[in-house]
Structures are given as structure tokens and as C-alpha cells.
Design a protein around this ligand. Sequence first.
Ligand SMILES: [Zn+2]
Length: 190
Amino acid sequence: MIYPIVAYGHPILRQKAADIKSDFPDLQEFIKNLWETMYATDGIGLAAPQVNRAIRIFVIDATVLAKNYPETTGFKKTFINAYKINEGGDAWLFNEGCLSIPDIHEDVSRPKRILLHYLDENFDEHEEWFEGAVARTIQHEYDHLEGILFTDYLSPMRKTMLARKLNNIALGNIETKYRMIFPRSKKQKR
Ligand SMILES: [Zn+2]
């Protein structure tokens, strides 16, 4: 099942997502649907709050970046109850986009590495450092669990320049190839 994507301006994108237990109802079905939705929308990653569920799950398939970022080769993972333990390395710029913020791509500065504690889809525990473009996709999706969006990192001037575009997204005044939930519009795009 392909879920509609929650658009910028929706309160769930500002909520802190909750941990889940292994007996969470229909969890494997939900994860399967997350993958299906991510691929259908050409996303590299997708976090549960983006499909209107405030729970700590995100999925990433960064393999499309492998040509320019070899560290992403074969990188496909489900993250449950993830928590950032540490971050490090030099900050670097990467051009980010987000399924919830269509047609906006901006350079964002983040540290090169992240240490994450998380469970995989079998609820096996992991603590792992990730680097480069892999770290970047994780940092972006992880932020969704904390109610943070990549536009939050932009300079005040950049934010001012994008304000109208962001408002139009919230209003649903935008064309997307995928179905979305627009917080300030009654109409639902198909
Ligand atoms: Zn995003």
C-alpha cells in the first residue's frame, strides 16, 4: 500500500516520534508499506511521521547515490527506535531534498559522521558509526523523528526567500507525482 506523504506545515512533522515495541500492531506490514511508498515516490529515505505516524521508524535505500558516493553501495536498512549517540567529523555541505517539501533543494551543512543506536526490523540491537552520504541520509531521516526539517538549518535570509514557496506547499498549491496530505488545504491531490 502506498501512503500519501504529509506535506510541510503539518503538525506531525514537528512532533517528537515515540518508541515502538516489537508487538506494535501490523508492524511488518507498516514497514513493507513504508518501503513501497518510498520507492513509488523516488525517495532515498522515508520516516514514519512523513506518512502521518509519529513513531520511531525510518527506511533508507541510498544505493542510487553510489556513483558519486561509494559508501552508499548496497546501503539499504530499516531503523527502529533510533537514537543519536554522537556526531563527529568536519561539517560538509550536501544538497538535500525531502518528499514532504517538494521542489526545494538546498545545501545543508552537517557533521561527516553519526553514531546511532537502533534496532533492525527483527528488533536486533545495533550501535554503529555511519559516514559520508550514508550518515547524511540517516541524519536527515533521524531529524524527522525529532520534529526537525532540513529547512530549519538554512540561514534566515534563505528561509525568507523560501517562505512563499513553503507556504504554497502547505496550501497544496503544488504539483507532485505522488499523493500528499496538505495541512492548509481541504483538497487531496491524487
Ligand atoms: Zn525528509
